[in-house]
Design a protein around this ligand. Structure first.
Ligand code: IPD
Length: 330
């Protein structure tokens, strides 16, 4: 049986999460200052998780520990899924129960380099659907917020909240699209010449797809961007600064909060992979919403022409994929 949504005061959880994000953001600022003031000490330490580009800092861990302790005090019956506890081996099975899904620092690589494009991302899922999203970038001093069915907003200092998208949606088409992709931490490829070989390695599939979307053709995209923080990528698509964001390999804590913000701005989070029968029947293929824990996502902004334009763009990205589907385990 699904969880009774009416027993959760979404506004109260939202307001509390906004305050939590600001306090956690201050920890990021302080942690960054300390790191750069003491470059030769423990404060500057970075640990590799899966490989040398999958990083965690002490600030990631401290922020997550702080967030967990605050949630336990205020919402003791809610569950928690977080990037660092999961990496440390915690069991994190998503079910229908209200669950905070948190990335303490999304964009860790940027954080380590002193690049301001990073954020704390706090999502709340109920019945496996993202209901609340709070994304705060302390270095940019920008906060994105949303409650499902109540709109999404960008908050900047000394300004009234701005409703997303920031401009009325324009038509959406592949040959005018500005698409975000990410290289990701999974860099396994079958050889030095990834584009010339046939492989089912995720990194090869991505490289071929980027190539197909970018190379000169009547449908080549306007451009491709790679900013390094999934949560802010989703905010950027929600705002209308980019048309789509395609990535395989990120996790529910990277996308949960941004999903609500995108949805409330008229965007659509669909599967990063095409459905089974896609190649045989492109016209008839269904463009389904992604699953939260699926690790393959294609986020598309609101379009003047509505869902049809969004689905056409999704199908074009899928048609551009080469080398198989992306496959990611848990
Ligand atoms: C990563 C960033 C990156 C995305 C990766 C994520 P992290 O999160 O969002 O942009 O490409 O898939 O894992 O490790 O910085 O929290």
């Amino acid at each position: 049986m699904s969880f009774d949504l009416s027993s959760v005061n979404l506004q109260e959880v939202h307001d509390w999460s906004v305050d939590l994000a600001r306090r956690a953001g201050q920890m990021m600022l302080d942690g960054s200052n300390k790191r750069f003031q003491n470059p030769s000490t423990e404060d500057h330490k970075t640990d590799a998780k899966k490989n040398a580009v999958d990083l965690v800092t002490e600030v990631d861990q401290a922020v997550e520990a702080f967030v967990i302790s605050e949630i336990e005090k205020r919402w003791p019956s809610f569950k928690f899924i977080g990037e660092e506890t999961q990496s440390a081996g915690a069991d994190s099975v998503l079910d229908d129960h209200p669950t905070f899904i948190v990335d303490p620092i999304d964009g860790t690589m940027n954080f380590v380099h002193g690049n301001p494009w990073c954020a704390i991302s706090i999502g709340l899922s109920i019945n496996r659907i993202p209901y609340i999203g709070i994304i705060y970038s302390p270095f940019l001093n920008e906060m994105y917020t949303a409650i499902r069915n109540q709109g999404s907003y960008l908050h900047k200092p000394n300004q009234p909240p701005l409703r997303l998208p920031l401009q009325p949606p324009t038509p959406l088409a592949v040959n005018t699209a500005l698409i975000i992709t990410e290289w990701g931490a999974d860099r396994t490829t079958i050889g030095t010449s990834a584009l010339s070989e046939s492989s089912k390695e995720n990194f090869d599939v991505k490289l071929r797809t980027y190539f197909n979307l970018l190379r000169n053709s009547p449908n080549m995209v306007h451009g491709m961007r790679s900013y390094g923080a999934a949560s802010l990528n989703l905010c950027s698509v929600a705002a209308g600064h980019n048309d789509a964001y395609w990535e395989g390999g990120c996790w529910e804590w990277d996308v949960c909060a941004g999903w609500v913000i995108l949805h409330e701005a008229g965007g659509f989070m669909c599967e990063g992979n095409p459905p089974e029968n896609f190649e045989a029947d492109v016209e008839g293929a269904k463009v389904e919403e992604a699953t939260l824990i699926g690790r393959k996502y294609l986020a598309i902004r609101g379009a003047k022409g509505g869902r049809k334009e969004q689905e056409d763009l999704a199908k074009w990205v899928w048609k551009s994929m080469e080398g198989g589907r992306m496959t990611y385990g848990r």
